[in-house]
Design a binder for this molecule. Structure first.
Ligand code: SF4
Length: 727
């Protein structure tokens, strides 16, 4: 039990909390394999139902392997060692491992093994094996596989009772009955009654593990005397959830937490101040798969919480030596007293690959286990510590009976590094790091040795009406970035960071720099951020400008997406600036890309060009000379003969040679003639001669009509938009 400084406040940890015998045994087997230097360790399924612990194992090279992956994995890693977890495995799988000579260590809990033996030895073709438990639980699946005859599994007494009501279900076989190790004792007794009524000689075996029963009874007792009750366990752990239900019925302020970060200490502090000031009992229990260090960490934080919220004065911690004491009593009293959570300095007395022993000036030996030495998963103990060196540590657990004090250097480092966060907060320093974990309401950002909580609204996720989901947040894990500390709680050693603040400030700095240097005509390379019906917004590096739709292309376009798309990197230039409204108009199309200029560079009046017929009108045909510049071949200039309509001779898409007969620079219009290529120079002379001789009137009238028609109808050509030209 840890007592806070205020004597009447206390924290009581249930004796039966944390790893049960079977789980601890399995965990120790894996730890031994790690310490032996095995490089490829695989557990068949999750070793324990605790994601935090599983994650830690992964970091130390222990991975989960599915049953159907064992053979492939063993082939891939010839030195692989597989661990059978406490639940056990099916008989067939066990036989397969032996047959294929797969290297494995069996960590099946002896209580589970015992059920395998009971079922195997007592069942045959003449028996019915009844198993009470969760059909889908690996332990039950394993037990079932050891039965030699018919097997029936029932989740609870209701299911068993319903089944037995139908007499046709009752088979003429001798029943044997077992239960899952973690089944509820009371409910199992009810199942036994049902079976005893139906069969004269049923063989019923008591197979419930006492650990579960004792844990639940103790949790109930503790909850009934506690003001606040904490149940520590993984969210998917059924035995932890069961403990929570039991405690919640008996203690109003019962909270479920997987790690210390989930414990609502703020709320507990409030409850303490408002309801129980002066008399406060906090009970802690934990499911069978909760690691010790999580329990210890919560104990320490809870002790701090009580100390923070208590107005009571600190007791005198100095030992009192009285005259009446014996020499041994005086010697013992002269030792320093230390308590869990205290920061102390000691001298290293021995170093092994897995732990460091420390002399703290007390009779107990201080031990820092490997897991509490460093955050670095590849940390080498012997390279980093020397006998005789001084070392600062935090006291984690005081075990007087065993003469051991568990210490942590990691927590001391966290303490020291807290100052880094404090300085960063006070000086508004930007810290670099990486998102390492998604948690409820945000992410954890690792900066150096420190972990900082970043609320979802301060991450780099885009703002939206709906709060980000866990999936959204987990996508950020692994991203590097920068944060600023926006809030710290000195007493509780908590820091809150913001990635968004850094991004906003960096953007602001870029904007300021931009506005200082921007000028009309200046060229930029930007990224298209968004498109609207009237233009494209381009990020110029912290500042957005807009290219109007008419500035995107020399041709008529219906939508900006005809030219650019979001994410495109484009070159633009500043057309106009409005510093007050912070608006920038950008140009995208340039004189170099102006089709009229391209046309002029390439052609002059009198030149012959291969042109493509793009549309046919009653008065003539429009033909593309260069992309973006069309010319008009008047109906009178299509061929030598008089025709009714251009379609009689030409078709859209056809390429023809035509002479450029005139260029109207001002109105950007080009006249073309095919006829001019068909009638030779001297032929023209002949034609005029003939007009002089007989048809001069008709010819003159025709020429006049052609000229008028051409003037009336030949409107725009540079845009190439023939519908507009027709208008
Ligand atoms: S709960 Fe009991 S049976 Fe299950 S692993 Fe723990 S000790 Fe073994």
């Amino acid at each position: 039990m840890i007592e806070s400084k205020e004597k009447s406040n206390r924290i009581v940890l249930a004796k039966n909390s944390g790893f049960c015998f079977g789980v601890r045994r399995a965990v120790e087997i894996v730890e031994k394999l790690i310490s032996e230097g095995n490089k490829h360790i695989f557990t068949i399924g999750e070793l324990i139902h605790n994601p935090t612990y599983i994650e830690r194992l992964k970091k130390r090279g222990v991975f989960i392997c599915g049953e159907d992956e064992i053979i492939d994995t063993a082939e891939k890693y010839p030195d692989a060692v597989f661990v059978i977890r406490a639940h056990g495995i099916k008989k067939e799988l066990s036989e397969m491992l032996d047959k294929k000579a797969v290297k494995y260590v069996d960590a099946t809990c002896p209580y589970v093994k015992k059920i395998h033996n009971i079922v195997s030895e007592n069942s045959d073709a003449e028996t019915l094996t009844i198993i009470i438990g969760d059909k889908n639980h690996p332990e039950v699946e394993g037990i079932k596989s050891y039965a030699n005859g018919e097997v029936r599994i029932f989740t609870d007494e209701e299911e068993l009772s319903d089944y037995c009501k139908n007499m046709s279900n009752i088979v003429e076989k001798e029943p044997i009955m077992v239960s899952q190790t973690t089944f509820n004792l009371k409910k199992y007794e009810n199942c036994q009654k049902i079976i005893k009524k139906l069969y004269t000689k049923p063989k019923i075996f008591g197979t419930i593990c006492s650990v579960t029963e004792n844990r639940q009874l103790e949790a109930a007792k503790l909850a009934s005397i506690s003001d606040v009750m904490l149940v520590l366990g993984a969210r998917q752990s059924s035995n932890s959830k069961k403990l929570y239900e039991i405690c919640k019925d008996l203690c109003r302020y019962t909270y479920f937490a997987e790690t210390v970060e989930d414990v609502p200490f703020d709320k507990i502090g409030e409850i303490f101040r408002e309801n129980f000031c002066g008399i406060f009992t906090a009970g802690i229990t934990a499911g069978a798969s909760t690691p010790d260090d999580i329990i210890e960490e919560v104990q320490i934080r809870m002790a701090n919480e009580i100390a923070i919220n208590s107005d009571a004065t600190t007791e005198n911690e100095n030992p009192v030596i009285k005259d009446s004491m014996t020499f041994e009593e005086m010697l013992n009293a002269s030792y320093k007293t230390i308590r869990a959570g205290e920061r102390v300095q000691g001298v290293i007395t021995s170093v092994t690959p897995t732990e460091v022993h420390v002399d703290l000036g007390i009779k107990q030996t201080g031990i820092i286990p490997y897991s509490e030495l460093s955050f670095d998963p590849d940390f080498n103990v012997e390279d980093n510590f020397k006998v005789g060196d001084k070392i600062d540590v935090v006291v984690v657990k005081f075990n007087d009976a065993e003469g051991i004090v568990s210490l942590s250097k990691k927590r001391m480092d966290v303490d020291k590094n807290w100052n880094l966060l404090k300085d960063a907060y006070e000086n508004s320093t930007v810290l670099e790091g990486k998102v390492v974990e998604a948690v409820r309401g945000g992410v954890i950002f690792q900066t150096g040795p420190n972990r900082v909580f970043v609320p979802a609204s301060h991450t780099t996720l885009p703002r939206s009406e709906n709060a980000p989901t866990e999936e959204d947040l987990s996508k950020l894990v692994g991203n590097t970035g920068k944060i600023k500390i926006i809030d710290i709680n000195e007493q509780r050693r908590r820091a809150v960071g913001s990635m968004r603040t850094v991004i906003r400030e960096e953007r602001k700095a870029l904007q300021n720099k931009f506005w200082e240097t921007v000028e009309v005509g200046k060229k930029y390379t930007g990224v298209v951020k968004s498109l609207t019906a009237y233009g494209a917004f381009v990020d110029l590096g912290g500042v957005d400008g807009m290219v109007h739709i008419t500035e995107l292309s020399w041709k008529h376009i219906k939508h900006p997406s005809d030219v650019v798309k979001v994410g495109d990197t484009i070159d633009v230039f500043v057309k106009a600036i409005d510093p007050e409204k912070k608006r920038i108009s950008l140009g995208y199309k340039t004189e170099e890309t102006n089709p009229w200029n391209i046309f002029k560079e390439k052609y002059s009046v009198g030149d012959i060009a291969d042109v493509k017929i793009v549309s046919l009108m009653p008065f003539g045909a429009f033909a593309e000379i260069v992309p973006g510049v069309d010319g008009l071949i008047h109906i009178s200039q299509i061929c030598e003969q008089k025709i009714q309509k251009p379609a009689d001779v030409l078709s859209v898409g056809e390429t023809v040679s035509a002479k450029i007969t005139s260029v109207d620079e001002e109105n950007k219009k080009v006249s073309l003639s095919i006829k001019a290529l068909l009638v030779p120079e001297d032929g023209q002379e002949d034609a005029s001669a003939s007009s002089e001789t007989g048809t001069s009137e008709e010819s003159a009238a025709e020429t006049e009509t052609e000229t008028e028609t051409e003037t009336e109808t030949e409107t725009e050509t540079a845009s190439g938009d023939n519908a507009e030209q027709a208008e």
